[in-house]
Design a protein around this ligand. Sequence first.
Ligand code: E4P
Length: 220
Amino acid sequence: MKLFIDSANVNEVKDAASWGVISGVTTNPSLALKAGKPYKDSVLEIARLVDGPISVEGVAMKAGEIVAEAKEISSWHKNFVVKVAMGEEGIKAVRELSSKGVKTNVTLVFSVNQALLAALAGASFVSPFIGRLDDNGQDGMQLIRDIMLCYKNYGLEKRTSVIVASVRHPLHVIDAAKAGAPISTVPYGVLRQMFKHSLTDAGIKKFLEDHAALEALHKK
Ligand code: E4P
């Protein structure tokens, strides 16, 4: 499974990119607001840090306007993928954009039907939001398993890659991998948690102590 970072914060992306395991970035207007810079500036800086798909979200809501806005966003950088909100207007726009070679990521997906429509319209990516489903008392990860199954039944996973989004904790990442999702987009804090295990910390401490003890022994 590929790991993307879900952030518009340039410092977070820079640090995560330095690990060498991040192959893409997802952003949205809320993340851009948190980053505290004009959205275009943040994503262009991010594009210098990660050489992979970078999802940038538009705000137009009518198909014609979505298409125009998406063409504009995709002209900023070759790696930009335009996030389009799920809905009749969005899907119409995705159909047109995919026929023109503009990459799209259908966002705010909460059901298998929405994921099927995104794939049929030719979206490059689809983003089911598992954390928000969990918050709503539904099983977010079951949606990922169901989408993977339905996509595989018709070979749709070859056309549209599932990005597990709205990830809240490390267990979400493990379960996404077990479900066979091709990509998870993970907030910086959760990515850092993925490195951690108390036995690793204890093991490092013991090895360093034993190394120091051996050095001391042979200095005598
Ligand atoms: C990514 O594409 C989504 O916009 C993001 O994961 C949403 O996460 P949230 O539900 O924590 O806002």
